[in-house]
Design a binder for this molecule. Structure first.
Ligand SMILES: [Zn+2]
Length: 120
């Protein structure tokens, strides 16, 4: 699943807006954020949800990059590769155990893991 978000505030209420390009004299599609008013190119994020399978160094014996393994509901496996050393801190602070349900939001530069709780 792809998520369109605002690069300025991270809001998801960024919507396409057709504007008339005065130079090219034709309509172009732009985006405006309803939360902060940002106007421009949105950030496209990939988001997936599945079962946390564990975290391992990508290269055995080296501290990072880390591979965070997730199994999706359709059986497909997804691996998030994370360079930062705080990957383990993130897993620890969420108290993630193998079998927990998580969502992963990612683009080339940022990543975020959230634990899915029953309340949601
Ligand atoms: Zn915004």
């Amino acid at each position: 699943m792809e998520l369109t978000t605002c690069p300025q505030c991270g809001g998801k209420q960024i919507q396409p807006e057709i504007i008339k390009d005065v130079v090219l004299n034709k309509p172009t599609i732009d985006y405006r954020c309803k939360v902060c008013g940002y106007h421009g190119t949105p950030l496209l994020l990939e988001k997936y949800e599945g079962i946390f399978q564990g975290i391992k160094p990508e290269v055995p014996g080296f501290i990072g990059p880390w591979a965070i393994h997730t199994r999706l509901d359709n059986g497909e496996r997804k691996t998030l590769s994370v360079l930062w050393e705080d990957a383990r801190d993130c897993i620890r602070s969420l108290g993630l155990k193998k079998g927990d349900r998580i969502t992963v939001t990612v683009d080339r530069e940022i990543w975020c893991i959230d634990k899915v709780t029953d309340a949601q």
